[in-house]
Each structure stands twice: as structure tokens, then as C-alpha cells.
Write a protein that binds this ligand. Structure first.
Ligand SMILES: [Zn+2]
Length: 86
């Protein structure tokens, strides 16, 4: 079990864990709420991510990775898609 100190400084995809974030509102069965971590994305954006999403690999960026993947695909494919996105 990793405690909060071990998590700070960890990197998950493009996300670097800066510090522990606020707990998000509790579910019925989880009176303490879910832990979040404040992360810095490689693009410079700071966001709070659920610990469970980091651990499971669902959260790897603030969302810019998906955009970058789309841009790369468009570059490989037709140029029309890029023009339409602007
Ligand atoms: Zn980002």
C-alpha cells in the first residue's frame, strides 16, 4: 500500500503528482469520499484526478493526449480533417 508521500512525485503517463487533493463527495458506501491527487500535465495544465483513475491507468493526461493522438492521426491521413478542425 502506497501512502500519500510515495505518490507525490510519481508520474502516470503525462501526469506528475504534485500533492494530495481534496476528497470528492462521498458515495453512499464510502463515507470518507474518494481521494484525489493534484497533478501537473506535461502541457502545463493542473488538475485533480481520482487516485483510482491514476492507478487503473484511466487517467494519463488532462485530455491533451487524446487530442495529440487525433492530430497525429490527421497528419497521417488527409489534410482536410485538419482544416476542418480549425
Ligand atoms: Zn495536458
Amino acid at each position: 500500500m502506497a501512502d500519500r508521500l510515495e505518490l507525490v512525485g510519481q508520474r502516470y503517463g503525462r501526469l506528475l503528482v504534485l500533492r494530495e487533493g481534496p476528497r470528492v463527495s462521498a458515495d453512499a458506501g464510502r463515507p470518507n469520499g474518494r481521494r484525489t491527487l493534484v497533478c501537473l500535465c506535461d502541457c502545463g495544465r493542473i488538475l485533480a484526478v481520482r487516485l483510482s483513475n491514476l492507478r487503473s491507468g484511466h487517467a494519463r493526461s488532462c485530455g491533451c493526449a487524446r487530442i495529440a493522438a487525433l492530430v497525429a492521426r490527421n497528419k497521417a491521413g488527409s489534410r482536410r480533417d485538419m482544416a476542418l478542425s480549425r
